[in-house]
Write a protein that binds this ligand. Structure first.
Ligand code: GLC
Length: 561
């Protein structure tokens, strides 16, 4: 395939290798990284209050670009080492596999296919470039100093956003981004054509709510890493951002600042009981809003969005930190809830019936630790753990520093359950029997402890690692990466693993799943040079109101008024 560049590792001057047992050094490195981040604190890391409603003339250039591309000052090694001079053998293999998955449009790289699995009889849609799947590939390329493929991808997808999208006779919102696209090569006429899927051919016909958010997050990562402001500032990208925002900030009948979603609208793209207000979407929504705020130009069209974004961020963080957060104390409070409370003084605002708390959660909840639960809506709390949403909550600083630490504590305390033999459980626990029948609609792919239903997804390693770096707990990431390294290459980079502890290659898992490969590489590179995490992490907004106790009523009118 053209564009293949040998072993795939960027040449660098020196190796800043870290020995396996050297956690101490890594935390120092992390500290230094924090310092350097602090020094370079850019506008997007400033308080949303500072930006405030009055649309101050902030040069959006500063907002996403940190001179030096957020590098920590260490030369970035292109691969990791078990000893200082020899990269881990898996790394070269991983780069080769990643490069094999590159898709070209008119000779230019524009993305990576979901899986390059020749052995599999059915291709299904794994030969497409998925927006969410491309994110770790993009980060790997950015970290390796190869931003062109990322830029091309961002431009191609924003171009696709401009298409008219229909499902039967119904027209989708203008801002919807594709779940995936494909390049069709016509060898006779020698032309390339794009075909995109906005949900109209996906299982369940659901539009991917996460695509637009990932697109915004990636645009910021690109800008942060390259210092190239022209892409984010281009008319196409500014319009792309505004269209996505218009979709998710539109007013409706909502009483909550969270985003109401259909089942299957994100990474978990089949019916799995995540309809309502799934944590994955809320965390991505929060992060995308913060990234958008930093990248939006304050021109006539752009500035219209600033106030709605700022207000939404405040409401959303308050709601999530108060109602989605679960730790031992919260669980105990919910367990003792009274029901049928009306008026503003209600403590149990959503009228959750304590009897609906599943038994497993009482055993699962450690004294130390906590997490954002899967979903909160009237009379319904989905207590399941979802890895992606919790990691993104940490990266975006939707989680307070204390909550972020508590999530890390939980992962340590419940290592067997959440990591087991292969990082990381996409969701925990699995649903079985009658519940599985009702919730999944008897989905044979999502049987207990398989696929989305308690399966283990190596791709999540990069998110875990980024969260570990942000919270100063790199030793957790290292432990997880070491586990993955014992299996991934040997098993040909499966899409997911099955079983309670993730020991078996998934029943229908693709091999050479690109995001498993890229996720591993990104995790590895971030651990070596923690400053890379700056691409996907936002510092805490100090002015964001601290968590208010659950009993303080959220709509309580100010008595002074
Ligand atoms: C599966 C996953 C989805 C992913 C796609 C391509 O459908 O559930 O998250 O984007 O495969 O890898």
């Amino acid at each position: 395939m053209n564009g293949f560049k040998g072993p795939g590792l960027r040449k660098v001057g020196s190796h800043s290798s870290l020995s396996d047992a050297d956690d101490h050094d890594l935390s120092r490195l992390h500290d230094r990284h924090i310092l350097s981040l602090d020094r370079q604190r850019s506008c997007d890391e400033r308080s949303m209050n500072e930006l405030s409603i009055s649309v101050r003339a902030i040069d959006s250039h500063d907002s996403v670009y940190s001179p030096g591309g957020m590098r920590s000052g260490f030369s970035t090694p292109s691969s990791s080492c078990r000893n200082p001079f020899e990269p881990h053998p898996i790394i070269a293999e991983a780069w080769e596999a990643l490069r094999r998955s590159i898709v070209y449009f008119k000779g230019e790289p524009v993305g990576t296919i979901a899986a390059f699995d020749h052995a599999s009889e059915e291709v299904l849609n794994y030969d497409q470039v998925f927006v969410r799947d491309f994110v770790p590939s993009a980060l790997a390329f950015l970290m390796n100093g190869e931003p062109d493929i990322v830029k091309n991808f961002l431009l191609k997808t924003v171009y696709l956003q401009g298409w008219e999208k229909r499902i039967d006779r119904f027209k989708l919102g203008e801002g919807a981004m594709p779940a995936s696209f494909k390049v069709l090569h016509d060898p006779v006429r020698r032309i390339d054509n794009l075909v995109a899927d906005f949900g109209e051919s996906a299982i369940g016909r659901v539009a991917p709510v996460d695509s637009g958010f990932w697109w915004i997050i990636l645009l910021r990562a690109y800008t942060k890493s390259t210092g190239d402001l022209t892409l984010a500032e281009s008319a196409e990208c500014q319009k792309g951002i505004r269209l996505i925002l218009a979709l998710c900030l539109s007013e409706g009948f909502d009483t909550f600042p969270t985003l109401l979603c259909a089942d299957g609208c994100s990474m978990i793209d089949r019916r799995m009981g995540i309809y309502g207000y799934p944590i994955e979407i809320q965390a991505l929504f929060f992060m995308a809003l913060r990234c958008a705020l930093a990248m939006l130009k304050h021109d006539t069209e752009g500035k219209e969005f600033v106030e709605p974004i700022v207000k939404r961020l405040h409401a959303l963080s308050y709601h999530m930190r108060s109602y989605f957060w679960l730790d031992f104390q919260q669980l105990n409070d919910i367990y003792r809830y009274k029901t049928e409370e009306y008026s503003h003084t209600a403590v149990n605002k959503f009228n959750v019936i304590p009897d609906s708390i599943p038994d497993w959660v009482f055993d699962f909840m450690p004294t130390r630790g906590g997490y954002f639960i899967g979903n909160v809506s009237p009379a319904r709390m989905d207590f399941r753990w979802f890895a992606l949403g919790n990691c993104v909550a940490i990266l975006s600083s939707l989680a307070t520093p204390e909550q972020s630490m508590a999530v890390m504590d939980l992962i340590e305390e419940r290592w067997e359950e959440l990591v087991g033999e292969m990082p990381l459980k996409v969701t925990y626990p699995a649903i079985e029997n009658h519940e599985w029948r009702i919730v999944t609609g008897c989905d044979p792919k999502n049987t207990r402890w398989s696929y989305h239903n308690g399966g283990s997804w190596p791709v999540l390693l990069w998110l875990l690692t980024a969260a570990c770096i942000k919270t100063g707990r790199p030793q957790i990431a290292r432990r997880a990466i070491e586990l993955a390294e014992t299996r991934l290459l040997k098993d040909s980079w499966p899409e997911y693993y099955d079983g309670k502890s993730g020991r078996y290659v998934g029943k229908q898992a693709r091999k050479f799943q690109t995001w498993s490969i890229a996720g591993y590489l990104v995790a590895k590179m971030m651990l070596e040079d923690p400053s890379h995490a700056g691409m996907v992490s936002l510092e805490e907004d100090k002015a964001m109101k601290p968590l208010i106790k659950r009993s303080a009523s959220w709509t309580c009118p100010d008595p002074a008024n």
